[in-house]
Design a protein around this ligand. Structure first.
Ligand code: G4P
Length: 529
């Protein structure tokens, strides 16, 4: 019986994230998704740049000042028979590392595309990341209440640019002022769009059957246009295929408008019907740990400080891979070989914290972190394996950081090392001098770090420009070659926050030359925690 319940809890979970280019409508869709999850009485509280009302998912003060979403938040809500975990990702490109790591914690993704713009840069980059694990992708073509590009052309673009087959599930009838609704190719149903219903769940207004004469009465000439188009679409596009979807090779496509709250529920139905329940994760020994294994396991993909100024602690976000979390249970933190009792894990309702009694595979729980937990840490029910695949990305921007008050060097170093453990920034200490170099993937990270050093560590720091173009983690199979490299290239080498050896290159040309000169050394652009 207990086993049955456990399996049911696993089967009903769907853990996903939204990937999109900024402004495609991710925040708006999140609002509507939560509205359908009936967790927000009224949609519109996730973000309100204009109204001054702030998103429940925008935690940090800085986010409020800038009106952008910096942190990853986690939202859990019921939808139909499923329990959905939506992991929000920072939309701003400066926080892409967080986004990439979050994608390791989900089992499927929703790709949102602005129907007027088509496939944009950031979507391309994020899709590359989802490809590393062949994550199943559901696609939502947004902003149908505006004039969009030819839908067939949009599908072509997704197929050719993102190299994934498209299977339209719904097809739009008109767009912009003439947006009438969509036709569901699988159920042979027309679902009508009504304007002015953005903030509430709409009554569903449908007609069954493409050939139904009632359709002509209702939308006139659009009906015959639709029939012609569907003929064309059926000939030109792929049929939905569950296996190909689960392999990440084919994406079901929905059309709608997040702002008008139309189509989001169709997409959620697809998520519940087809997206995978919690998937296994690989360990560094090459084993796969499946959700149904009774022994508890999970990994940390994100650490966040000061989510709530009243609680001045840091929270580590754990994706549960297998087994069941129960309040007060003992877990083994593998990296430091320590057993810890977890009495007060948190769950998240878009920023509201609640204590959990139990949680299951696919769920995200928050552990209070007093500095001992790092990104990539594995927790188990007692076994000593580690999950693999939580990446660190080589930073692309560098500054030297300096104290205004030189007596606080120790606090500065402590702050930087902790912030680097969280993944907020990367820190490098050159072997040959006492500089401290801060490396970031995006420029906004620099501001966050100075802000947090001041508020959390009470140190005033300033940046200076430094002549660094890029960094690569280095390793070699032969330890003697590495030693030799260490001697010869010392002036370009540094240790990162986790004491990993890193090559700091003043120019790309310098890096290329070093790679040619030291063929036995591996120069790595990503590093697994
Ligand atoms: P993001 O999180 O992906 O960056 O996008 P967000 O939801 O903030 O949407 C970006 C802009 O696009 C917002 O307008 C939003 O209202 C609008 N938008 C989202 N979905 C739709 C849609 O279906 N139709 C239309 N017409 N617009 C849509 P904004 O004025 O920039 O935002 P705000 O200042 O009102 O927050």
């Amino acid at each position: 019986m207990a086993e049955q319940t456990f399996q049911n809890e696993i089967n009903k979970r769907r853990t996903f994230a939204i990937i999109s280019h900024p402004d495609a409508g991710k925040t708006t869709i999140t609002e509507k998704v939560l509205l359908h999850g009936q967790k927000l009485q009224k949609a519109g509280t996730v973000k309100g740049k204009k109204s001054g009302q702030h998103a429940k998912s925008d935690w940090m003060e800085m986010e409020k000042e800038r009106g952008i979403s910096v942190t990853t938040s986690v939202m859990q809500f019921p939808y139909r028979e499923a329990l959905v975990n939506l992991l929000d990702t920072p939309g701003h490109e400066d926080f892409s590392e967080d986004t990439y790591r979050t994608l390791t914690a989900v089992d499927s993704c929703l790709m949102v595309i602005d129907g007027a713009k088509g496939v944009e840069d950031r979507t391309i980059k994020l899709m590359e990341v989802t490809r590393l694990r062949d994550t199943p992708i559901i696609t939502f073509m947004n902003k149908l209440d505006r004039d969009i590009r030819d839908p067939l052309e949009l599908l072509d673009e997704v197929e050719s640019v993102l190299n994934i087959m498209c299977a339209p599930i719904t097809w739009p009838i008109g767009s912009g002022k003439n947006f009438k609704g969509v036709y569901n190719l699988l159920t042979d149903t027309i679902i009508f769009y009504k304007t002015g219903q953005g903030h509430r769940i709409q009554e569903v207004d449908t007609i069954k059957g493409l050939d139904n004469p009632a359709l002509d009465q209702r939308i006139g000439a659009y009906a015959s246009d639709l029939r012609e188009q569907i003929e064309l679409v059926k000939g030109a596009s792929n049929e939905f295929d569950l296996e190909l979807f689960l392999a990440g090779e084919l994406t079901p496509v929905y059309f709608g408008t997040a702002l008008g709250n139309f189509g989001v529920d169709h997409m959620l139905d697809g998520l519940v019907d087809w997206a995978p329940a919690p998937q296994p994760r690989a360990t560094d020994g090459g084993d796969m740990i499946g959700a149904e294994q009774p022994q508890f396991s999970g990994f940390i993909f994100k650490i966040q400080a000061n989510m709530d100024p009243r609680h001045r602690d840091r929270v580590a976000f754990m994706r549960i891979v297998s087994g069941k979390y129960e309040k007060g249970m003992k877990m083994r933190q593998v990296r430091i070989a320590k057993d810890v009792r977890i009495a007060d894990a948190l769950t998240f309702l878009a920023g509201d914290r609640a204590h959990v009694e139990e949680a299951y595979p696919g769920d995200i729980i928050g552990l209070h972190n007093h500095g001992t937990i790092q990104i990539g840490d594995t927790f188990t029910g007692g076994e000593d394996f580690k999950f693999s695949g939580i990446p660190n990305f080589a930073p692309e921007l560098f500054r030297r950081i300096r104290l205004k008050d030189p007596l606080k060097q120790k606090q500065l170093l402590k702050g930087l090392v902790q912030l680097s453990e969280e993944g907020a920034v990367q820190v490098f200490r050159p072997l040959s001098n006492n500089d401290l170099i801060v490396g970031a993937v995006g420029v906004l990270q620099f501001d966050v770090v100075v802000h947090r050093l001041k508020s959390e560590y009470n140190v005033d720091a300033v940046y200076e420009n430094i002549n660094v173009a890029t960094a690569r983690w280095v390793a070699a199979k032969d330890p003697r070659k590495l030693d030799e490299f260490r001697r010869k290239a010392e002036s370009n080498l540094a240790l990162d926050g986790g004491d990993n050896l890193t090559y700091i290159a003043p120019t790309m040309v310098n890096l290329n030359l070093a790679q040619e000169r030291y063929p036995d050394i591996e120069f790595m652009q990503t590093r697994e925690h």
